[in-house]
Design a protein around this ligand. Structure first.
Ligand SMILES: [Zn+2]
Length: 195
């Protein structure tokens, strides 16, 4: 990874998701993924229901017809077989930004994010969960290739590898712009219980 070359426009919205996507829940009724939110194009949801791999939990008003049958488009489906969440969190740009909540770890700002090596690479700092943080361009510039102390800067929290569950919960803070009414209960119910 090279400092300064990354952007924050991560959300991929395949064209097929624009119309009547289905929220996909694991067998425990929690979304398979929060960020990006686990959504299927309606065609996939209908197919999975047809193949008996999911149960339909909620539906849109719209109906699709084939010559032999008709079905309401599912808006929420739940997998019949539980998918074990991955334990290991991949060290990716996206996951690192997510760990840092898309905020500069020096000043907390949300704009114009890049990455910063806490111990500069010139001083032997490696590219790892423990040594790379999200940083805004001005902070990145201010810090340059100085140590934290020499730059007179401090981190909001010590960088470390996130646990999978931690990252999942982080993702819940970034819902997509569009949420269908039938999804909302499933996106937040476990948060309510924790409160
Ligand atoms: Zn900053």
């Amino acid at each position: 990874m090279k400092d300064g070359e990354f952007r924050t426009d991560f959300v991929r919205e395949p064209a097929g998701l624009k119309h009547h996507p289905a929220l996909v829940l694991n067998a425990d009724y929690r979304p398979l993924s929060y960020y990006p939110l686990s959504l299927w194009p309606w065609q996939e949801a209908v197919k999975a229901a047809w193949l008996d791999r999911v149960d339909i939990v909620a539906e849109y008003d719209q109906i699709v017809r084939s010559p032999s049958t008709e079905i309401r488009i599912p808006s929420v489906v739940v997998l019949k077989d539980y998918v074990k969440p991955r334990k290991r969190v991949a060290f990716t740009r996206f996951n690192l930004f997510l760990r840092d909540e898309f905020r500069c770890q020096y000043c907390g700002s949300k704009g114009d994010l890049t990455f910063d090596h806490v111990v500069p690479r010139a001083s032997g700092g490696i590219t790892s969960w423990e040594n790379v943080v999200a940083a805004c361009a001005p902070c990145n510039l201010r810090k340059g290739s100085k140590s934290l102390r020499r730059a007179g800067m401090s981190l909001r929290k010590p960088p470390r590898p996130p646990a999978a569950e931690e990252l999942r919960n982080m993702g819940r803070k970034f819902p997509p712009n569009h949420l269908h009414d039938s999804w909302v209960d499933f996106l937040y119910w476990d948060a309510e219980l924790e409160a």
